[in-house]
Design a protein around this ligand. Structure first.
Ligand SMILES: Nc1ccnc(=O)[nH]1
Length: 413
């Protein structure tokens, strides 16, 4: 992050913006994470308010290996969270007067986060696999019908190349909303291809690194058997005091006890509309958390749980004294079960954020074991289960073809 009150960078056109975010993406590539960069600019002044790159994977201490730090740490998602953490202290303008500029089309998680907050979004390169405009129709049929007009107003895809100068295949005009910063200027072909190529060069390797980062359940030991002073228990209990205390007989058949816990956890926070639990392959409740909308409108229960699980697991893996235990007792969340109190509300941009974050948490094929690893006790509070299923079906190919998201109601409780 490059924020400084003394040395403010000012951007004057889309090509300067593309150079700046491409530099961030190069730093991400050097870190061995997804090579995407972004920044927040003030539409009125062109001042760069914050710049960040993807931080999904980070190096492990004393190792050449990279490990998932936070599957939701995409550039754009982090910028929105940074904005909410700093808006009052720094007296920042409302999101409608700001533009988040990114090297790569936002994924479903980031698109949902950006639409919830109301930022303008300036995009350089297309992502034809996970991008919200993957099919380049610019009509956002990947989003619920009610959100499509909003996305058309907020998102903009910069013009690139100059007709008669650059090869025609690289030349394109601006498509997008009226308030995106620098919408009337043009990105060079070099910057466009740079943003695209730096991402494509490592995306597959990074995705596999993230998706294959834990033991198969049959090789794993049960953390419930660890003493109370074991690092794995201590660290999770700092975030959720009852970590590893409740065990469900079959992690894919959540019961009445887990329902009571979810109701209690949701009830413990007056701003919460939902709660989510993560069960490990032994049925242990690792985490159970509510929405924390008192902090910001994008802190949903699922975001809280998946971030807490990953960051804590990374910290344990990064600690030479805890690494062996973390490796033997914890695994990739794709082998666990995420249980929601309510299915997410289908027309809410936060549902697209949540579904996208779910796909990014899996970061590859979800083991297709029935019942699914995404379950909910109750139907959406607003909208129908059918609309919620359509949300999933309409997502870009990464979610429907690679991760193959599937959600279902809890069978018996
Ligand atoms: N658009 C993006 C795709 C992947 N990772 C990111 O940080 N951003």
């Amino acid at each position: 992050m490059n924020f400084s009150t003394t040395e403010i960078q000012t951007i004057f056109n889309a090509n300067e913006a593309a150079s700046a975010v491409l530099n961030q993406a190069l730093e991400a590539a050097a870190q061995g994470t997804f090579a995407v960069g972004g920044m927040i600019v003030d539409n009125q002044t062109g001042n760069v308010i914050c710049a960040m790159h993807n931080n999904v994977l980070k190096p492990l201490f004393g190792s050449s290996q990279n490990f998932t730090f936070d599957p939701t740490a995409h550039g754009e998602r982090q910028l929105v969270y940074w904005y909410y953490a700093n808006r009052h202290q720094l007296n920042l303008p409302d999101p409608e007067y700001l533009t988040i500029i990114t090297t790569l089309d936002p994924c479903a998680m980031c698109a949902g986060t950006l639409l919830t907050a109301g930022f303008n979004v300036g995009v350089i390169a297309i992502d034809d696999f996970a991008g919200i405009n993957y099919n380049q129709t610019f009509n956002f049929d990947t989003l619920p019908p009610d959100l499509r007009p909003l996305a058309k107003r907020k998102f903009g895809y910069y013009a690139c190349g100059i007709k008669g100068v650059d090869p025609d295949i690289y030349v394109r005009g601006y498509v997008g909303g009226p308030n995106v910063a620098f919408k009337d200027s043009v990105v060079s072909v070099q910057n466009l291809t740079g943003c695209n190529n730096v991402f494509q060069a490592n995306v597959e390797a990074v995705r596999n690194n993230s998706s294959n980062s834990g033991k198969a359940p049959q090789e794993l030991f049960d953390p419930a058997a660890l003493p109370d002073d074991a690092p794995v228990k201590l660290r999770y209990r700092e975030l959720y005091a009852d970590a590893f205390r409740l065990k469900i007989d079959n992690p894919r058949l959540p019961d009445k006890n887990l329902l009571d816990l979810l109701l209690y956890v949701k009830g413990s926070n007056p701003t919460a509309q939902n709660a989510v639990a993560l069960l490990d392959p032994f049925g242990n409740v690792v985490l159970c958390m509510p929405d924390t909308f008192e902090n910001s409108p994008v802190e949903t229960a699922f975001m809280n749980v998946t971030q807490a699980y990953a960051i804590t697991r990374y910290q344990l893996m990064n600690d030479p004294f805890a690494r062996a235990q973390a490796y033997d007792y914890l695994t990739h969340p794709k082998y666990g079960t995420f249980v929601f109190l309510n299915a997410p509300n289908p027309a809410d941009a936060r549902t697209i954020m949540t579904l996208g974050a779910y796909g990014s948490t899996m970061e590859g094929p979800v083991p297709q074991i029935f019942p699914s690893n995404f379950q909910y006790y109750f139907l959406p509070q607003y909208g129908t289960e059918r609309e919620f299923r359509l949300d999933i079906m309409n997502l870009p190919p990464f979610y429907t073809q690679l991760a193959q998201l599937s959600a279902m109601q809890v069978a018996n409780y």
